[in-house]
Each structure stands twice: as structure tokens, then as C-alpha cells.
Design a protein around this ligand. Structure first.
Ligand code: NAD
Length: 487
């Protein structure tokens, strides 16, 4: 098998728009650069789609919708299955591409390829399980039928932090349900999505079902699509601020909307927890994706009797991590996506320290090229520190303490976000009480990772609404028609 290198993946990745089954340049003939966050150097140039390109992509999706909805579910499912197999076979190429544009270490990129591909396998199986219902009118006489139909043309906006999986999590169920789509990836990481479009094309997805518009002028391209009366659904993964704006735009056409937004996950460690396991889980929940995940543990809420031991063990593990360019062997922590993102993380640490927090390890930017930040543990963090209230999106672990279960729940819930909460405890009764009391869409018990293609991923409160994955995932792309049938 050929060795996968930076050069080999960059020479084969598509860099044009994918519209109506054709790869073509932007109508403006302009491009924008994609850079490596580990070095700041330009990897390649990608087509800079215009408003007219966005409209052309929507035209293509609209034109393909009727035939795609009428395509047998088994055929739709088998295309996804082939794409799953292609992605799996090319995991090393996809991982290299993702590490180059996003920064995370190769092993983690391989993990994302496996996770992302799994949505295609899961929804290839769900495509043939779209059921309606049949009932007799309770009053007798007529019959009540319900049909499930594809929602229709969907606009998908995806973020840079999981450049592949945030796409497959939307594309998989949409393809399975019979929807056509326009995808706009984040301008920081368009390459993984373009490579994914090529895989779906190779897997036999008909022209126009998937259209990809890359652009550096996001708002200019996306707003007319969202306001177009022919669009039926908007699905967005990204920040709460942008999500809120897009919900406002979507109100004009009363679109079906799914919003996967920010998080501020508490990681609660009770006095009866297996502390070694809790530290292990904390490393995963905090450091997966360099802390740049909506599911990242944002606040460690630890029982006062074990807080010192937990913090010391966590700091030892964090201090031992190898930081560097993600393509280098042995590297465990890559760079943050941009210098602006790194500045934001540093500001949160400075604010906490100014208010009295103590740095157990890290707490600073690393010198040299690339946006590297030292893995950091903060203790004695006062309740008003910004780092506890805002999404950190970086390798910083602030630790606070609690004295009883009621306080743990109150602290965990004291955020406007509601994506995921983690807890370590061996008390099963407490697990049930917690699961009921925590105001989050997902709860991880004795685990640092909850994401799974077979489970409904999503949040409440300012983390948004809608679910991706699981049995629930496909319903985001289906509409119900009820038929009153008088025999
Ligand atoms: P972002 O909101 O800036 O960008 C996300 C996407 O929106 C990108 O494609 C971007 O180009 C686009 N966008 C930005 N401004 C826009 C505008 N005015 N109109 C239309 N589109 C626009 O977020 P980000 O910094 O790329 O991603 C990080 C955020 O995403 C974090 O808050 C994180 O928690 C969240 N996130 C959530 C989930 C989830 O499933 N809940 C998953 C991953 C990331």
C-alpha cells in the first residue's frame, strides 16, 4: 500500500465546488487559502463560492429532490454502506488530510474517521426502517394512516472542529431519508468535506443529491439560501451566537431547524468514585480534540474530600502530554485552530488567575510557530471566573469543589448550556437521581465519551435542539403526513 504523506493527500484532494454532480470553479474564479494551524503555512487554495454559486447548488438540490425521494430505500442505504466502506478503507488518507487542516494528532483524526463513517453504516441500516402507522378511528368507521416522507432540500452548515463527522452525522440521515442537500463546511477546514463528497460520488450518489459550496464569505452565501422559499430545512452545528442568528433568518420561511450548538459540560466526581478511572475519563473528556469539542469537560466539579488527590493526578497527566504538530509520531496534543482562538483561551486563564485561581500546570501559550497552548489545570477557581461560565474550547481544566449531592447538581446545572454532563460515582441510586436532575441532553456516567452513532446526540437550553444519530436521527429529516381513509 502506498505511504500516505502530506504531498500525496494534498495532490489528490478536490478543491473545486461540487454542484449538480460537477466539480467546478467559483463563478468569481477566486479561491481562498487553507492553512495548517501547526505551522501557519498554506496547504492549498479552495474555490471561494459566491452567492450565485450557493443558489446554483440549491437549484441542483431542488432539481434532484423528487427522483431521490422516489429512489428505493434499499438503494439509498446501499450507497451509504459503500461510502462507509470507502471511508474505512481510506482512513489513513482522511486522517492525514484532517490533521493537516485542523491540527489534531493523527490517531485522533483516525478516530474521527471511524466515528464519522459509523453514521453512514448506521443510517444505511435505518434507511429501510422508515415506518408509518395504521389505526382504526376510535369512533369506528375511518382508518387513520400516517406516512413518513423526506423533509426535502436541506441546508447544512458544519464547523471546523470535527470536519468530517459533523458532516456525516447530517448527510447520513438525510441520504437515508431521501432528502437532497447543500453543505457549507467551515472555511478553516473545507478539505475533509470535499474529499467526502468525492467518496459519496464514487459510492454512486446521484448528481444533485449532495452539493458542496466552500466559501470564505459565509454569511453572503448562506443567508439567501436560508431565505429561499424552496428550502425545507436548515441544520447547523457551531456556536450558539451564530445559531441564534440563523434561527432568526430561518423564521422567514418557518423552516424545520436542527441546532447543535455550544456546551459547558460539568464533570462531576463524587467521593465514592474510582479516582483512577475518573482521571482517565477526565483526560478523554477534556483533551479529546485538544479541548475543542462541544462535549469537552469545561468544569471539574469534585467532592471536597477527593479534590486535592484528583487535581494532583490530573495535573500530573496533563503535564506529561506531548504537544506538537499532529502529524509527528508521539504527539498527543495539537495546536488550537487559530491565533484568535488561542488568545481567547489565554484570556480565560488570565482572568481566573487574576481572581485568585492557582495554576497547577500549564497556564501559558507555547513559544514558536503554530497556535499551541500548554495543557493547564487550575484549582481554587472562584465562582465568578469567566472560565467556569464560558465555553473554553482549549486544553484548560478548572477544578471547583462541592460538599453534598444537592450542591453538585446545582453547580452542574448552573449554566445556560445543556449539551452533556459527566459524573463518576459507584452509587446506582445516585446515577438515577442525577440522570433525572441534570438539565442536559446527554449524561455520561463513569465515561469520558458519550458520542455514538447509535445514540441521540444533542442538547437543551442554549445548546440547541434536535438529535443526530440513533433512532431519533432520521426523524429530523422526515415529515409526517396523516391520511384519513374512509373505506
Ligand atoms: P461558528 O459558529 O463560528 O461556525 C460554525 C459554522 O458556521 C462554520 O461553517 C462557519 O463558517 C459558519 N458561520 C459562521 N458565521 C456565519 C454566518 N454569519 N452565517 C452563516 N454561517 C456562519 O463556530 P465554530 O467556531 O466553527 O465552531 C465551534 C462551535 O461549534 C463551538 O461553540 C462548539 O461548541 C460548537 N459545536 C457544537 C457541536 C454540537 O454538536 N453541539 C459540535 C461541534 C461544535
Amino acid at each position: 500500500m502506498a505511504v500516505v504523506t502530506q504531498k500525496s493527500v494534498l495532490s489528490s484532494v478536490p478543491t473545486q465546488l461540487f454542484i449538480g454532480g460537477e466539480w467546478r470553479d467559483s463563478l468569481s474564479s477566486t479561491t481562498f487559502p487553507v492553512t495548517d494551524p501547526a505551522t501557519g503555512s498554506v496547504l492549498t487554495e479552495v474555490a471561494n463560492g459566491t452567492m450565485a454559486d450557493g443558489t446554483a447548488a440549491l437549484d441542483a438540490a431542488i432539481a434532484a429532490q423528487a427522483d431521490w425521494a422516489a429512489t428505493p430505500p434499499r438503494v439509498r442505504g446501499e450507497i451509504l454502506r459503500r461510502a462507509f466502506e470507502l471511508l474505512t478503507a481510506r482512513a489513513d488518507e482522511f486522517a492525514m488530510l484532517m490533521t493537516l487542516e485542523m491540527g489534531k494528532p493523527l490517531a485522533e483524526s483516525r478516530g474521527e474517521v471511524a466515528y464519522g463513517a459509523e453514521f453512514f453504516r448506521w443510517f444505511s441500516e435505518e434507511a429501510v426502517r422508515i415506518h408509518g402507522r395504521y389505526a382504526v378511528n376510535p369512533a369506528g368507521g375511518s382508518r387513520l394512516l400516517t406516512l413518513q416522507k423526506p423533509v426535502g432540500p436541506t441546508f447544512m452548515i458544519t464547523p471546523w472542529n470535527f470536519p468530517l463527522a459533523m458532516g456525516t452525522r447530517k448527510i447520513g440521515p438525510a441520504v437515508a431519508a431521501g432528502c437532497t442537500m447543500v453543505v457549507k463546511p467551515a472555511h478553516e477546514t473545507p478539505l475533509s468535506m470535499l474529499a467526502l463528497a468525492a467518496v459519496l460520488e464514487e459510492a454512486g450518489l446521484p448528481a444533485g443529491v449532495l452539493n458542496v459550496v466552500t466559501t470564505a464569505d459565509t454569511a453572503v452565501v448562506s443567508e439567501p439560501i436560508i431565505r429561499d422559499p424552496r428550502l425545507r430545512k436548515l441544520t447547523f452545528t457551531g456556536s450558539t451566537a451564530v445559531g441564534r442568528m440563523l434561527v432568526e433568518q430561518s423564521a422567514e420561511q418557518l423552516l424545520r431547524v436542527s441546532m447543535e450548538l455550544g456546551g459547558n459540560a460539568p464533570f462531576v466526581v463524587f467521593e465514592d468514585a474510582d479516582l483512577d478511572a475518573a482521571v482517565e475519563g477526565a483526560m478523554l473528556a477534556k483533551m479529546r480534540n485538544i479541548g475543542e469539542a462541544c462535549t469537552s469537560a469545561n468544569r471539574f466539579v469534585v467532592h471536597e474530600s477527593v479534590a486535592a488527590d484528583f487535581s494532583a493526578a490530573l495535573a500530573r497527566r496533563m503535564a506529561g502530554l506531548t504537544v506538537g504538530k499532529g502529524t509527528k509520531a508521539g504527539v498527543e496534543v495539537g495546536p488550537l485552530i487559530t491565533d484568535k482562538a488561542r488568545e481567547g483561551v489565554d484570556e480565560l486563564v488570565r482572568d481566573a488567575v487574576d481572581r485568585g485561581a492557582r495554576v497547577l500546570t500549564g497556564g501559558e501559550k507555547l513559544a514558536g510557530r503554530g497556535h499551541f497552548y500548554a495543557p493547564t489545570v487550575l484549582v481554587d477557581v472562584p465562582a465568578d471566573a469567566r472560565v467556569l461560565g464560558e465555553e473554553i474550547f482549549g486544553p484548560v481544566a478548572p477544578v471547583t469543589t462541592f460538599t453534598d449531592d444537592a450542591e453538585a447538581v446545582r453547580l452542574a446545572n448552573s449554566t445556560e448550556y445543556g449539551l452533556v454532563a459527566y459524573a463518576y460515582t459507584r452509587d446506582h441510586g445516585r446515577v438515577l437521581r442525577l440522570s433525572e436532575a441534570l438539565e442536559f441532553g446527554m449524561v455520561g456516567i463513569n465515561t469520558g465519551i458519550v458520542s455514538n452513532a447509535a445514540a441521540p446526540f444533542g442538547g437543551v437550553k442554549h445548546s440547541g435542539f434536535g438529535r443526530e444519530g440513533g433512532f431519533e436521527g432520521i426523524h429530523e429529516y422526515l415529515e409526517t403526513t396523516y391520511v384519513s381513509l374512509n373505506p
